[in-house]
Design a protein around this ligand. Structure first.
Ligand SMILES: C[S@@+](CC[C@H](N)C(=O)[O-])C[C@H]1O[C@@H](n2cnc3c(N)ncnc32)[C@H](O)[C@@H]1O
Length: 329
């Protein structure tokens, strides 16, 4: 197996190391001349490997809601002059819907969810708990609500539910209470303030041994600010709609909430029938639209996690679009 750094590696200089890249290329079923939609372009790390597998020929549609990735797209286009490439800025659900209305049909769609290294590593974007910065966390800076606004304008009960559901935070209630008390004096605007407040709100033993004590609250805020779970549901629906028969759908998620949505969606679409389980015969007549390519979730190898610790939580699932009834085994 090739290591991540090999002579001529097209991603050697990428600011974001693409995760599970061999598995992505294998599962997308690529051939020269295909039409590929990359719903989460980022730094174009996967894009470069996909373009290489297509021999630099075909059509590449790159979507991202973060306008700062345009420079990476420009470099990608420059390096692949024979590829017909275009960039669509926006949320992938709406972007895929609009592309489908133009008549575009994709042979492969890739989702590599979550945030990029460029977003995490730029302190001013406010995604990181390790550096003090304004609490922003918007992937698309033109969106309305920042993390600070969510934090300062949401009721204690809703904050507690948000931390528990989206962050799976055990101490959601005491943290929400501490936030509401503090913001009664002055709004909470910076990440260091929030980190300190979380540390004080949780029992001392919980501050050690389970990762950074603010990790789960930051995850919850980020998911809420960017409506990540709602966007994912919409994006998956639109992806199936835009796939040509025989087209491949590959999705990489980074936490259990996302993976559950992907897993349930793929299973539902591979099952077809939506009748209640106690119905003796099918009354809905819905045929499966997907066949699963991965019956079990694909995880990175220990070697990949050693090389790129951010890959550790990645989970890949894939399916193929079918318009003929299939046997699901
Ligand atoms: C993990 S990065 C992708 C990295 C990319 N595959 C690479 O190899 O460079 C995720 C990217 O998806 C974008 N993104 C996340 N959710 C999105 C959504 N709902 N719509 C459009 N873009 C989204 C983020 O802005 C980010 O740039």
């Amino acid at each position: 197996m090739l290591p991540s750094v090999w002579p001529g590696n097209p991603i050697a200089d990428s600011p974001h190391v693409p995760v599970l890249h061999r598995e992505v290329v294998a599962q997308l079923g690529l051939e020269p001349g295909m039409t590929v939609v990359d719903a989460t372009f980022g730094a174009g790390g996967h894009a470069r490997l996909i373009a290489e597998a297509m021999d630099g020929r075909g059509c590449y549609v790159a979507i991202d809601r973060d306008p700062s990735v345009r420079d990476h797209f420009g470099a990608f286009v420059h390096d692949h002059p024979d590829l017909r490439a275009r960039f669509v800025r926006g949320n992938f659900g709406l972007a895929l819907h609009n592309l489908a209305t133009t008549g575009l049909r994709a042979d492969a769609v890739l989702f590599d969810l979550g945030v990029s290294s460029m977003q995490i590593d730029r302190p001013e974007r406010g995604f990181a708990y390790a550096t003090d910065a304004p609490l922003d966390m918007r992937m698309d800076p033109s969106e309305d609500r920042t993390a600070a606004e969510v934090l300062n304008e949401t009721s204690e009960r809703e904050l507690s539910l948000l931390f528990a559901r989206l962050g799976e935070e055990r101490y959601a209630r005491p943290i929400a209470r501490a936030i509401v008390r503090r913001r009664a004096e002055a709004p909470i605007l910076r990440s260091a303030e929030l980190v300190e407040l979380i540390r004080r709100a949780i029992p001392t033993p919980a501050q050690f041994g389970q990762g950074h004590p603010a990790r789960r609250v930051f995850q919850a805020l980020r998911i809420a600010v960017n409506d990540e779970l709602g966007s994912l549901e919409a994006g998956l629906h639109e992806a199936v709609a835009i796939l040509a028969p025989g087209g491949h759908l590959v999705c990489i998620s980074f936490h259990s909430l996302e993976d559950r949505i992907v897993k349930d969606f793929l299973r539902r679409e591979a099952h077809g029938c939506i009748c209640p389980p106690d119905m003796p015969v099918c009354g809905c007549g819905q045929e499966p639209r997907l066949r699963l390519l991965t019956t079990r979730v694909v995880r990175p190898t220990p070697a990949e996690c050693d090389e790129n610790p951010r890959a550790a939580s990645a989970r890949l699932r894939a399916a193929v679009r079918t318009d003929v009834p299939v046997q699901v085994g």
